[in-house]
Write a protein that binds this ligand. Structure first.
Ligand code: CP
Length: 320
């Protein structure tokens, strides 16, 4: 694994949640909570990253992660640039490292990278100048660390800090999901009581992955008395055409409907990282229903990314 710490042990990059201690995650969640902002309220801002320049380099589509990293940087006083990769010289064959070194010459201090190829984010992190930080905004099917943190923050807001008493059910295309892998890492580190994996055989992760997860092949079995239900999108872009399930059939077997939601605890929360396919993995009346916390997840994304940007920059949280 790429070393993401400085020699003094502090976090310089965030490429994976693997190796972060419970205390570190708890501290990041506490820090994030300071930036959580109710809908309609004035978002907190400060100058903790004034004078810094952050580059967003996304080679895969994104709405939430890219916009929230941009807002997070701006609300901390940094300058944030989104590199339109398809309009950059990468489209003419320039390597990722040549692009990065060019941006370093232009005084960038941090790069936020989403890439479909495993290892690209760590490769960049291994080659940037010592003062530069690299943050993953999603790496292939492997890792989406800030999503894992915002998911944990959302659970904590609704269920409190004692993860040991919680049963979390992850449902859907777990095999291709970086969200599920980062959720597994963060919930394991926080000592979750029970973690269930609910998926058809073809969408279960390989044997040996998610070792603490209990595997179920039907929501009727796996959702019983769950406290947290995390729905996942079918990642069609990572499947061969022949592997893609029929949407109606999948919804009939695995879609989260109101009758299935009633199997969970009455106060269970429903999560989805989005983008979501309504009518395939989740019914609209559940996605928009009273147990859904999907919009909280999006709001928490900015707070978490502010905390992470400050942490890697070793900036002291600024006054609000
Ligand atoms: N959850 C998530 O990563 O969404 P985006 O792909 O829109 O960034």
């Amino acid at each position: 694994m790429m070393e993401q710490r400085r020699s003094d042990g502090s976090l310089r990059h965030l490429i994976t949640l693997e190796g972060l201690s419970r205390a570190e995650i708890t501290a990041l969640l506490e820090h994030s909570q300071r930036y959580v902002c109710a809908p309609g309220a004035m978002p907190p801002t400060n100058r903790a990253l004034a004078g810094k320049t952050i580059g967003n380099l996304f080679t895969e589509p994104s709405t939430r992660t890219r916009v929230s990293f941009e807002l997070a940087g701006r609300r901390l006083g940094a300058e944030v640039l989104n590199l339109e990769v398809q309009l950059s010289s990468r489209a003419k064959g320039e390597s990722m490292l040549d692009t990065i070194h060019t941006l370093e010459s232009l005084h960038f201090d941090a790069f936020v990278i989403r890439d479909s190829e495993p290892g690209v984010v760590a490769h960049v992190a291994a080659h940037v100048a010592p003062h530069v930080s690299v943050l993953s905004a999603g790496e292939a099917h492997l890792s989406h660390p800030t999503q894992g943190l915002l998911d944990a923050l959302t659970v904590q807001q609704y269920k409190g800090p004692d993860f040991a008493k919680l049963c979390v059910a992850i449902v859907g295309d777990i095999r291709h999901s970086r969200v599920a892998r980062s959720a597994y890492e963060v919930f394991s580190a926080l000592g979750v009581g029970e973690l269930r994996l609910i998926a058809p055989a073809g969408l279960m992760p390989a044997p040996g992955e998610f070792p603490a997860g209990r595997r179920h092949h039907s929501p009727e079995q796996g959702l019983r008395d769950a406290d947290v239900i995390m729905m996942l999108r079918l990642q069609k872009e990572r499947m061969a055409a022949a592997e893609i399930p029929d949407g109606a059939e999948y919804f009939a077997r695995f879609g989260l409907t109101r009758p299935r939601l009633r199997l969970a605890r009455p106060d269970a929360i429903v999560m989805h990282p989005q983008p979501m396919n309504r009518g395939i993995e989740i019914a609209s009346d559940v996605a928009d229903g009273p147990q859904s916390v999907i919009r909280d997840q999006v709001r928490n994304g900015v707070a978490v990314r502010m905390a992470v940007l400050e942490a890697v920059a070793r900036a002291r949280p600024g006054p609000r």
